[in-house]
Design a protein around this ligand. Structure first.
Ligand code: GRG
Length: 526
C-alpha cells in the first residue's frame, strides 16, 4: 500500500506522462511532447455512399502529440483492438466538428470519422486544442510557390511555431485526461480484444441465439405462467430487457412496434408525465427510463410530450442533488442514474442542477473506490454502474479513482469465471453487465478474464428452450437473459450488436439519438 492509501500503482501525473511519452517514442521517435491525453475513445467511420456510420476497429487511449519534425502535430490512438494504431496529422486541411461527446473530422484522405470520448471533458479539451493548432496554421503565411522548390506536400505542411500558437498547449492540470495511468505500457491492454474468437473458439453456435429469441417472444405470450406473474408489476422493465435482447440479436423486427408503443402509452400518466410499470400502476422513474429506452429502440421518441416527461423527471430532484424515485420520496443512486440517462436521451439535462446531482453521487463514493445507494451505503456493483454511468453521461468521470475502483470491480470475478456484486456473495450472470460496463467506462475492462466470464455466461443458457439463468442449471428469466447477452455484447461476442456501457442501449441507437436519424454531420455538406 502506498503512503497515499491507494492500493494500486501510485504514479503521479508527471511520471505517468513520462512513461506514456517513452511508450509513444518507441512507436515514433520524433514525438517530443504529449499535449493531451484522453483515456478512452472509440472510433466510427462514415460511409458516404451508404450515408451510414459504423464502428471502426479502433479503440483506446488518444494522445495529441507535438513532434520535432513535420508533421508537427498529430494525434495517436493506442489501439487495443488490434496492433494497428491510428495516427492522424493535424494539418491545415484537417476539418472537425464537435457534438460532445463526439468529435467528427475529415482527414486529408477525405475520410470522415467520429471519435467518441467516454469523458465529455476530454472531447471538449481535444476540440479546443485542435482549434488552437489549426488556428495557428491559418496564421502561418504560405510560402510563395515560385520562391521555393518544395513539393506541394511540403507546401501544405507550414509549421506553426510556439509563438503563433496562442497560449500554452498543455491542458490545465484539472483535466481528467491528465490523470490517465500508463495503460499503454500494459501488454494485456493491447491484447484484450485481439484474437477473441480464436482464443476462445467461440462461434455463434455456442450462444443459442435463435432459442433465446423464441424464449423472449414466448414470455410475452404466456401471460399466466409464473414468470409473467412475477414480472406483472415491472412489465415496463421486462419490455426493456426483452426488446433490447432481441435488438442485440438482430431480431427486433420480430415484434410489432405499434403494438408495443400503444401498450406503453397506456402506462403513461398524462397528468404528471411519468410511466408506470404496467397499465394502471403508479408512475416511477424506473419505468419512465425503461419506457424512454424502448421508444428510443424503435425510434419512436416522437410519441412523447418531451417537455412533460422531462419535467416529471426533473421534478424528482431534491435540494441535495439526489433523486427520489417517485412522489413518495425514497432516494437511491439508481434514481440519479435513471433521471440523468433519461434526460440525456431526451436532450433535456439542462432541466436539472447537474452539478448538484454529480456532487450527490460523489458523496456516495466509498473508501474502497465503489459507490452505494446513499451516502455511507455499502459498495455494490449495481449501484456502481448507476453512479459511474451517471458520471460518464455528465462528463464527470474524473471523480472516479479508476485504479481503486477497477481493482474492486475485477475482484468480483470468482473461480467459476462469473462475477458477484460484492465480496463474499454468489456469482450471478447479471453482474456481467453491472461490473463489465463499469470497467469499460473507467477503462479497466482488460483486468477481467473475459474467456472465463464468457464460458460462465454460456453455461447458464437453457440450450433446449432458450433463456439464461443467474447460475448454471437454475431456471431462466428475461432479466438474466438480457444481462447475459448484454455481457457477451460488451465482450464483443461474434454476431451481437454492440451495447453502449453508459446508456445501456445498442450503440447504433445511441448514435441515432445524438447524431440524428441518418443525418450526416454538417461538415459532410461542405
Ligand atoms: C438501464 C441497465 C439499466 C438500469 C437502470 C434500476 C437500475 C438503473 C439499476 C439497478 C442497479 C442494481 C442495484 C442492480 C443490482 C440488482 C441485483 C441483482 C440486486 C440483488 O442484490 P442482492 O443484495 O444480491 O440481493 P447479491 O448479489 O448482493 O447477493
Amino acid at each position: 500500500m502506498s503512503q497515499s492509501g491507494k492500493l494500486m500503482p501510485n504514479l503521479d501525473q508527471q511520471s505517468t506522462k513520462v512513461l506514456n511519452l517513452t511508450v509513444l517514442q518507441r512507436i515514433d521517435p520524433f514525438v517530443e511532447e504529449i499535449l493531451m491525453t484522453a483515456a478512452h475513445v472509440t472510433f466510427y467511420e462514415f460511409n458516404i455512399e451508404l450515408n451510414q456510420w459504423s464502428r471502426k476497429d479502433v479503440e483506446g487511449s488518444l494522445f495529441v502529440v507535438k513532434r520535432n519534425t513535420q508533421p508537427r502535430f498529430q494525434f495517436i490512438v493506442m489501439n487495443r483492438r488490434n496492433t494497428d494504431n491510428l495516427v492522424e496529422d493535424l494539418l491545415g486541411d484537417f476539418e472537425y466538428e464537435v457534438q460532445v461527446p463526439y468529435l467528427l473530422y475529415r482527414n486529408a484522405a477525405q475520410e470522415v470519422n467520429g471519435i467518441w470520448f467516454y469523458n465529455a471533458h476530454d472531447c471538449e479539451a481535444a476540440a479546443n486544442l485542435f482549434g488552437r493548432i489549426l488556428n495557428a496554421y491559418s496564421k502561418v503565411p504560405q510560402k510563395p510557390k515560385a520562391s521555393t522548390k518544395s513539393s506541394e506536400f511540403e507546401e501544405l505542411e507550414a509549421v506553426p511555431t510556439s509563438a503563433v500558437v496562442e497560449g500554452p498547449l498543455e491542458p490545465p492540470p484539472t483535466s481528467s485526461a491528465a490523470a490517465a495511468v500508463p495503460d499503454v505500457s500494459d501488454d494485456s491492454f493491447v491484447n484484450f480484444f485481439s484474437g477473441f474468437g480464436s482464443r476462445l473458439g467461440a462461434t455463434m453456435e455456442d450462444l443459442v441465439a435463435e432459442k433465446h429469441v423464441k424464449y423472449i417472444l414466448s414470455v410475452e405470450k404466456k401471460k399466466d405462467d409464473f414468470e409473467s406473474l412475477v414480472l406483472e408489476h415491472l412489465r415496463m422493465n421486462g419490455a426493456y430487457w426483452g426488446l433490447t435482447t432481441l435488438d442485440l440479436l438482430h431480431k427486433l423486427g420480430a415484434v410489432d412496434p405499434d403494438e408495443v408503443v400503444s401498450w406503453m402509452m397506456e402506462c403513461y400518466h398524462q397528468d404528471c408525465g411519468g410511466f408506470g410499470g404496467n397499465i394502471g400502476h403508479d408512475p416511477h422513474l424506473l419505468y419512465t427510463l425503461s419506457a424512454v429506452q424502448v421508444l428510443a429502440l424503435f425510434d419512436r421518441l416522437d410519441v412523447l410530450d418531451i417537455e412533460k416527461v422531462s419535467d416529471y423527471v426533473a421534478g424528482l430532484q431534491n435540494g441535495d442533488g439526489s433523486f427520489s424515485g417517485d412522489i413518495w420520496g425514497e432516494t437511491d443512486t439508481r434514481f440519479s442514474y435513471c433521471a440523468i440517462c433519461c434526460l440525456s436521451i431526451l436532450h433535456r439535462l439542462d432541466k436539472i442542477d447537474v452539478e448538484k446531482a454529480v456532487n450527490y453521487i460523489v458523496s456516495c463514493k466509498n473508501l474502497d473506490g465503489g459507490f452505494g445507494s446513499i451516502p455511507g451505503g455499502e459498495s455494490h456493483a449495481g449501484q456502481i454502474f448507476c453512479c459511474v454511468g451517471a458520471l460518464a453521461i455528465t462528463g464527470s468521470l474524473h471523480h472516479v479513482d479508476r485504479d481503486l475502483l477497477g481493482w474492486w470491480l475485477c475482484e468480483r470475478q470468482c473461480k467459476d469465471g462469473g462475477l458477484n456484486g460484492r465480496p463474499e456473495k454468489l456469482t450471478d450472470v447479471c453482474y456481467s453487465w453491472w461490473v463489465l460496463s463499469s470497467l469499460i467506462m473507467i477503462d479497466r475492462v482488460h483486468w477481467i478474464d473475459k474467456d472465463k466470464l464468457t464460458r460462465f455466461i454460456l453455461n447458464c443458457q437453457d440450450r433446449e428452450n432458450g433463456g439464461i439463468s443467474d447460475r448454471p442449471d437454475n431456471a431462466v428469466d428475461v432479466f438474466h437473459t438480457y444481462f447475459g447477452v448484454a455481457g457477451l455484447s460488451l465482450m464483443e461476442y461474434p454476431g451481437l450488436k454492440s451495447l453502449d456501457p453508459a446508456y445501456a442501449l445498442p450503440v447504433d441507437v445511441v448514435n441515432r439519438i445524438f447524431f440524428g436519424k441518418q443525418r450526416a454531420p454538417s461538415l459532410l455538406a461542405s
